[in-house]
Design a protein around this ligand. Sequence first.
Ligand code: SF4
Length: 69
Amino acid sequence: MEQIMNGQCGLCTHFGESHHSAPALVTIMKSHEAPLNMIDECGHPKHADLHLKVTPISGCDGFVPAAQA
Ligand code: SF4
């Protein structure tokens, strides 16, 4: 497991946005940890059309903190 810091995809509202209530994503929100081999879609409007896939430790300036569960 990898520690996820504020500003990284794992804690961004756009990470796996189309299925944000999935158990794996909720677990990351609560624990601020994620598996190293995880990858999911970025739903940011500027990225969605490109079907960008990111890891929980990726990041960009479009970061928006996800609401805490
Ligand atoms: S790439 Fe940017 S907008 Fe997309 S999930 Fe990561 S931090 Fe959020």
